[in-house]
Design a protein around this ligand. Structure first.
Ligand SMILES: [Fe+2]
Length: 300
């Protein structure tokens, strides 16, 4: 895998970075390619999280303009909201200019602020960020679309350090069957399972809090946990180490690129769900790879 560095923004001419991202590479900007003031960064870095004021990450949903994950009594909510709104808007505008084909059909997902030092965090295995994994969201199934994440390191001095591995195809060819792909695909495509999935989709359309997952989404959740729990994978997989310095921004499909965080504090992140129809190549998506491996359709 590669890091494609863009030293100058805006670009002097258009360049299509979709094939790079879809292959599991990282697109990297050494300096922040959108407006983000020192005052905003300092405000985020000096939030007081003592006394359990923050749950894990602070999240912002651009679609409904709402901040969650923080005790409103403990922080200056109006300012926090303004900072997130400005960050998310500027970042989305930048991403739209960089990746216009994706922007035509993407879904805006959450933005988040990660205030805690990643090194040495005491978390259950499934939640650990220091174990290499591919992303999957329990409450936001993608139905085969891809998870694009844009990160910005706002630490004043320290790099954020990632360990990555070879892209999804390599890891899936080696481990997907052991993770139970074949049996999950067989069970998921039975008449009873189809009936159940149709019923869940109906409940979801009635705005009930159920998350209808395709067989693909179920497998990706399972694979996320499987990779984190697999000591042989964690120790023997090919590893690439990257240091993202303060002020840098980077983008990756985090369901295509296996990754972990070795260290780092204070990162901002915005997620986009990128429609398969807008990709440069649909053949290299995780869902296409898994369907080839198991010989069954995994999304409707
Ligand atoms: Fe992740």
């Amino acid at each position: 895998m590669e890091v494609i560095t863009i030293n100058q923004w805006p670009l002097s001419g258009f360049n299509d970075y979709r094939p790079d991202l879809e292959a599991g590479n990282i697109v990297f900007f050494p300096t922040t390619p959108f407006a983000l003031s020192e005052v905003s960064k300092e405000f985020l870095r000096t939030l007081d999280f003592s006394g359990g004021a923050v749950h894990k990450n602070i999240a912002y949903r651009p679609v409904i303009d709402r901040v969650t994950g923080v005790d409103p009594k403990s922080v200056e909510m109006a300012t926090l909201h303004d900072v997130f709104r400005e960050y998310s808007r500027n970042l989305i505008q930048f991403a739209r200019e960089l990746l216009p084909e994706y922007a035509a059909a993407w879904k805006l997902d959450y933005a988040s602020f990660r205030p805690l030092e990643e090194r040495g965090r005491d978390l259950p295995v499934n939640k650990r960020n220091d174990l290499i994994h591919t992303d999957a969201f329990p409450s936001r199934p993608t139905q085969g679309d891809l998870i694009l994440r844009v990160f910005t390191n706002i630490h004043p001095a320290a790099s954020r350090v990632w360990i990555t591995s070879d892209p999804f195809k390599t890891v899936a060819e080696r481990y997907a069957q052991d993770a139970g792909l074949q049996s999950l695909a067989a069970r998921s495509t039975s008449p009873a399972a189809r009936l159940r999935d149709g019923f869940l989709r109906l409940l979801n359309r009635l705005h009930l809090p159920v998350f209808p997952r395709s067989p693909y989404d179920r497998f990706m959740l399972r694979f996320h946990d499987y990779l984190k729990r697999n000591e042989e994978f964690q120790s023997s997989t090919t590893k690439y180490r990257f240091e993202f310095p303060p002020g840098s921004t980077w983008l990756a499909f985090t369901d295509v690129l296996p990754h972990s965080v070795e260290s780092g504090q204070y990162a901002l992140e915005q997620t986009f769900i990128v429609a398969r129809e807008s990709l440069a190549s649909r053949a290299s998506t995780p869902v296409a790879i898994l369907e080839r491996l198991c010989g069954k359709p995994l999304v409707a």
